[in-house]
Design a protein. Structure first.
Length: 290
């Protein structure tokens, strides 16, 4: 049994009026937003973050992460699945909403069943069209489109001039949209595994990342797990500052006053040099106090 990751994410996906979404629909969220695809960039923004080469998407309303992909499609569209597929989902233990990303493989299996049923329906009802292509007269404008790729919502915007040449383009892939959500899941997951051996921590982190099927973990191979000290007694200065940042307790400015030791054997007394430095440090701190 894979460990759960407790969360109540905002799910974003397409929703069609009468079918499980693949290529058409409006953009909806589990929080009640229902917009035309052309308004996508009014509600979602991509951000550059210093720690990553990948763009991170958040909602403009609150700057928070959100979730796209099979679990989002299921949460927003389960009622549009054929009755037999809904029954299979229930038999697999899926409720109307699944919040455990480690169960995304189960949702994918349900979607695979739906895809097979839908493919058979399309094959049975196929009739060759009169024309395989349509004549298009170029004109200036901006076009927006979104589809549900296996990884999740995929958004495109293109600007075209009067000659039919593309003058602007923006593509927002599912991986960029899920990146902040993946990081949030790791923050929730790792504390419960921090006492495990390093290889077990790395394995569970890799599992958590791959539940989202992000292309970044397959297309790039520069990532490595760097597990630092697990006791606050051995935190360095930089680690202490980063811990305060993650915990949301980092003040707007910091002034450091201290002395650096040279020997750390258990039971060792303070050296004369450190005793002298201690008095200097105490005096400097006292001078700063109101």
């Amino acid at each position: 049994m894979s460990p759960p990751v407790s969360a109540a994410p905002q799910y974003i996906s397409l929703r069609h009026s009468d079918e499980y979404p693949m290529n058409e629909g409006r953009v909806v969220t589990s929080k009640g937003l229902d917009i035309d695809v052309s308004a996508f960039e009014d509600h979602v923004e991509e951000q550059h973050v210093a720690r990553s080469n990948a763009l991170h998407c958040v909602t403009k309303a609150d700057g928070r992460s959100y979730h796209v992909g099979p679990m989002a499609r299921h949460a927003n569209n389960v009622d549009l699945l054929p009755i037999e597929v809904q029954a299979a989902a229930a038999a697999a233990g899926l409720g109307p909403v699944c919040v455990n990303p480690f169960r995304s493989i189960t949702v994918r299996a349900v979607e695979t069943l739906y895809a097979v049923i839908e493919a058979l329906r399309l094959i049975d009802g196929y009739a060759p069209p009169e024309w395989s292509a349509a004549e298009v007269t170029p004109r200036a404008g901006t076009g927006h489109a979104a589809t549900e790729a296996p990884r999740g919502l995929l958004y495109h915007r293109y600007g075209i001039d009067g000659a039919g040449l593309i003058t602007a383009a923006n593509i927002v892939p599912p991986t960029a949209q899920n990146q902040p959500m993946i990081e949030d899941d790791l923050r929730r997951l790792v504390p419960d595994w921090i006492d495990k051996p390093d290889d077990e921590i790395q394995h569970i982190c890799e599992q958590a990342i791959r539940t989202y099927d992000p292309c970044i973990s397959c297309a790039t191979h520069f990532l490595k797990l760097d597990i630092g000290p697990r006791s606050t007694h051995v935190l360095g200065l930089a680690q202490a500052v980063e811990l305060a940042r993650v915990l949301g307790t980092l003040p707007p400015w910091i002034r450091f006053i201290g002395a650096e030791g040279t020997a750390f054997q258990p039971g060792a007394d303070l050296s004369p040099a450190l005793l002298t430095a201690r008095d200097t440090v105490v005096a400097e701190i006292a001078a700063l106090l109101p």
